[in-house]
Design a protein around this ligand. Structure first.
Ligand code: BG6
Length: 518
């Protein structure tokens, strides 16, 4: 095979193309990021490791500051030490001591209660002190709401009262999921946000949309002629989405007790995956066109009756067990969790999308904490050929299937049957695999890094839109209400380290199917 270098460093061969990903074609203007909830879990686990990594990769200009804000009494130095520990613990790269010393001089902390005016007076002063202008002369402020949704209204109202939403600076507001608690509270939150900020200033973050392999779903579907014409109810038998986690709820017992699996994962991450798989081609690659098509999918999710919920939706809560051979506590033994908690940590369900393309195709979804292993995969199972010519002697003829593996493996699998050597009519299922890591030499941006950059650059494509959020709540509110009205009588009902309650398998078995995995 001959290989040819092109000017981007891409190497082409007859069959394989590997590629060095070029550096960023953009400049990030100086900014101040104010993190409300600056010393909290999200800041420690995701935001600071992401910001430090971006800094290490030279993606942030010298003129940036990160201002943690919260009620903990803390000096800048204490905040820096706390974040250093966090980055050491949660960063993906070996810790760079010298790099950290430079980076940490950009970190500050502002102690104050969110309901007190004085906090915002001090915030205003601090912003004037630490913000630097861009070449164009303007200043950028990003607010990050890393706080529980019940606290957001207070912060937004106070920012508005203190004229800290518009005016002198270019300001953006980044809001973390869950966006509200149900449809009504999501509408309320939105009214509040849009009363204080213009729509283009609001970034509703769902970090799944920042994952390269999630973004690839649209690229894969709409840049290959091979699959798109099969992508409908005529050829697809069912779609399966698994978002399995082996971790428990970590230090987030109080948050999780109020949230539960449907609000934590299904309403946002899983709904976004469903939309990307099911959407029609957008008329262009701009933010609004893509968000428009996704929102149509959300609106087409078939409403669920109580009967549908009871038959097609499965809930679970983990009991003690073993994860990768190590003993793991049950949910009710976790810190911050009630000893008789009824909060679900597992969900499996069957959705239908009531539109022309997908009528009758089940979308099976499962997600849970403390499952056997961490894996996010989407399987598209195709229908069997119309006539079964081969394999009559085998128990089952495996259908063709395509898997988009999101994590931890970033791969695409295509499963098909070949003739089993020597046998007369035996088909053998094989898998063809594409691996991101093997093909692209550079590491991909982790999700938070990508989204933070997009936000700094003002690109809304990968952020959720309010009408879509409301539509997903509308689809799920009846389920949440039914489960709250009729508490489960068999929790905990799955062992930590298993694949969830047996009803999850039965959901597919009753339809003559099973969960697909590689
Ligand atoms: C978050 C949820 O949105 O996603 C967490 O609140 C969950 O409960 C996390 O653990 C999973 O993200 P990832 O990127 O590890 O799949």
């Amino acid at each position: 095979m001959t290989a040819v270098d092109n000017e981007n460093g891409a190497v082409f061969s007859k069959f394989i193309r590997t590629c060095d990903i070029p550096g960023p074609p953009y400049m990030i203007d100086p900014f101040v990021m104010v993190i409300f909830g600056g010393s909290g879990d999200l800041s420690r686990r995701k935001l600071l490791p992401a910001l430090f990594h971006l800094y290490s990769e030279n993606e942030l200009t010298a003129g940036f500051s990160i201002l943690g804000c919260g009620r903990s009494r803390m000096e800048d130095e204490q905040f820096r030490a706390m974040m250093k520990d966090a980055v050491r613990q949660f960063g993906d790269e070996p810790f760079d001591e010298a790099g950290w010393d430079q980076f940490s001089s950009h970190l500050f902390f502002l102690s104050g209660a969110f309901e007190e005016d004085e906090t915002y007076d001090r915030l205003e002063k601090k912003l004037a002190e630490i913000s630097l202008p861009s070449q164009k002369g303007d200043k950028n402020v990003l607010y990050y709401m890393a706080i529980p949704s019940q606290m957001m209204p207070t912060v937004v109202e106070k920012l508005k009262e203190h004229n800290l939403c518009k005016g002198a600076y270019r300001r953006k507001m980044i809001v973390e999921k869950p966006f509200g608690y149900d449809r009504a509270s999501a509408v309320e939150l939105n009214t509040l946000l849009t009363g204080a900020f213009d729509e283009h200033q609001i970034y509703r973050i769902d970090h799944y949309l920042g994952k390269e392999t999630v973004q690839n779903i649209i690229f894969f579907r709409f840049s290959n002629s091979l699959f798109e014409h099969l992508w409908n109810s005529q050829y697809i038998d069912n779609v399966q989405i698994t978002v399995a986690e082996d971790i428990g709820i970590e230090q987030r017992g109080v948050f999780y007790e109020e949230t539960g699996v449907v609000r934590d994962i299904v309403q946002n991450h899983i709904m976004q995956l469903i939309a990307l798989i099911a959407m029609e081609p957008p008329i262009g690659f701009e933010a609004e066109f893509i968000r428009e098509e996704k929102d149509k999918v959300f609106r087409a999710i078939r409403p669920m009756s109580d009967g549908d919920i009871d038959r097609f939706m499965v809930r679970g809560q983990y009991a003690p067990g073993r994860i990768h051979g190590v003993p793991a506590a049950g949910y009710r033994e976790e810190k911050g969790v009630a000893g008789d908690s009824l909060t679900p940590t597992f969900f499996a369900g069957k959705f239908f999308i009531a539109n022309w393309r997908w009528a009758g195709v089940p979308f099976y979804v499962r997600t849970g904490k403390r499952l056997a292993r961490r894996v996010t995969e989407i399987w598209i199972q195709f229908k069997q050929p119309p006539l079964r010519l081969f394999g009559r002697t085998c128990d089952a003829l495996e259908p063709n299937a395509l898997a988009l593996a999101i994590q931890p493996e970033e791969k695409i699998y295509l499963r098909f049957g070949v003739k089993y050597p020597q046998a007369i009519d035996k088909i053998y299922p094989v898998t063809m695999t594409f691996s991101y890591q093997d093909t692209f030499k550079s590491k991909m941006h982790p999700a938070y890094e990508r989204l933070l950059i997009d936000c700094m650059r003002g690109d809304l494509t990968l952020f959720a839109r309010q009408d879509g959020i409301e539509a997903t709540w509308e689809a799920l509110d009846p389920l949440i209400a039914r489960w709250e009205d009729i508490p489960s009588s068999d929790f905990p009902n799955y062992r930590a380290g298993s694949w969830g309650p047996v009803e999850s398998d039965l959901l597919l078995q009753n339809d003559g199917r099973c969960w697909l995995t590689e």
